[in-house]
Design a protein around this ligand. Structure first.
Ligand code: PLP
Ligand code: COI
Length: 365
């Protein structure tokens, strides 16, 4: 397996799919990550044998022995991507090969086997085809895809697993934040950091998210929507949010985002926005930005806008920032014009409403 034939997957269709009436009702207000489609993709890996048993099958529970490694040592990685409805009724993925490569990078960091890009692409394409009726059509909605890989060997010695399960789930989603497209308030995490040099910050592994939950809970207690993490060494440089990258927009229409130095996740939305911003004639810098500078620039008016970006939350403007010793607003705490322009530019490409100049779309049907 792993060659470029499109025939690696056995398709076992569900005998009890959700009825079309029920599906339509579920799609009306899907929220984020609560509803799942009829099928899932799975592939198994065994040391010595490699990847095998690629299937699209009815979505069902896994049977795992209590000593399964992932349950103890969190040897797990995942991806997040979306399938979008096209104006002609078809559907497309957005830069799926970038997700395939990021999963391979995460696998390397977590000492897991590399899933060949072709198998990854087929797994998501075939799942979207099997569950094509689940792609929502409402503005701002999409079919969120969650590829992930877990260590399935049942043993407690501290070694990489000899067996793995790769799986893809599909979940129709609306907007990630309950407030829809209004600006969010960030909490600056001073008690907790997300990633240190040499750690797993640039891998998409479940452990990073488990470790961010206490900081996120603190943010919620403080009346904020999301946590923003500073670097672990100097506690000075703005790195990223719990589930998003961050951008700053200045009064000369230049934009800036923290560089990829190994402690932040290389977001595919981040990368796409850098390309789109340059296409729009904006100057883009990938340079560190200090939290004190952020506050000073917001207060002097040099910083006009700030926004967060990611697959789940798309582009979300940042209205206010709070910490133990500080609180400041950005602009008039509403979505600014540059944020709006970039968000529109991104959505237009993803939804197939403008020419795909960078060949980012991967049409599924
Ligand atoms: N940073 C973190 C920690 C994330 O979880 C995500 C979401 O995937 C991102 C950034 C944005 O990445 P992407 O744009 O590839 O979704
Ligand atoms: C994504 O945008 O795919 C994310 O990673 C967000 C998710 C952790 C909720």
């Amino acid at each position: 397996m792993g060659n470029d034939k499109a025939a690696n997957f056995v398709i076992e269709r569900s005998e009890k799919p959700v009825s079309s009436d029920e599906r339509v009702a579920l799609l009306e207000n899907p929220a984020f990550g609560r509803i799942f489609t009829d099928h899932m993709a799975t592939i198994r890996y065994t040391e010595g044998r490699g990847w095998h048993e690629a299937k699209i099958q009815p979505r069902t529970a896994f049977e795992l022995a209590p000593q399964t490694r992932v349950l103890h040592y969190a040897q797990e990685i995942f991806e997040g991507m979306k399938a979008y409805r096209l104006p002609d009724g078809g559907a497309t993925l957005f830069r799926p090969e970038a997700n395939a490569r990021r999963l391979q990078n995460s696998a390397r960091r977590l000492a897991m086997p590399s899933l060949p890009e072709q198998l990854f692409l087929e797994s998501v394409r075939e799942l979207v085809r099997a569950d094509r009726d689940w792609i929502p059509t409402a503005e701002g909605s999409a079919l969120y895809l969650r590829p992930f890989m877990i260590a399935t060997e049942g043993a407690l010695g501290m070694n990489p697993s000899s067996e793995y399960l790769y799986c893809v789930l599909a979940s129709p989603v609306g907007s990630y934040f309950k407030g829809g497209s209004s600006a969010v308030t960030l909490w600056i995490s001073e008690n907790y950091t997300r990633a240190a040099p040499g750690g797993t910050g640039d891998a998409k592994c479940g452990g990073n998210y488990a470790a961010s939950l206490a900081a996120q809970a603190e943010a919620i207690r403080e009346g904020c929507d999301q946590v923003v993490f500073l670097d672990a060494v100097e506690r000075r440089w703005v790195e990223e949010l719990g589930v998003m990258n961050v951008f700053f927009v200045f009064d000369d229409d230049s934009i800036q985002t923290p560089p990829l130095t190994g402690t932040i996740l290389p977001g595919i939305t981040r990368d796409s926005l850098i390309v789109l911003a340059r296409d729009l004639g904006l100057t883009v810098r990938e340079e560190p930005y200090a939290i004190d500078q952020w506050q000073a620039d917001a207060q002097s008016g040099k910083l006009r806008e700030a926004f967060a970006c990611g697959t789940a939350a798309v582009v979300t403007s940042i209205g206010k920032v709070k910490g133990r010793q500080r609180a400041f607003e950005i602009g008039n705490a509403e979505t600014g014009p540059v944020t709006e322009r970039l968000k529109t530019a991104l959505l237009e490409v993803q939804q197939g409403r403008v020419e795909d100049r960078n060949s980012w779309l991967d049409r599924v049907f």
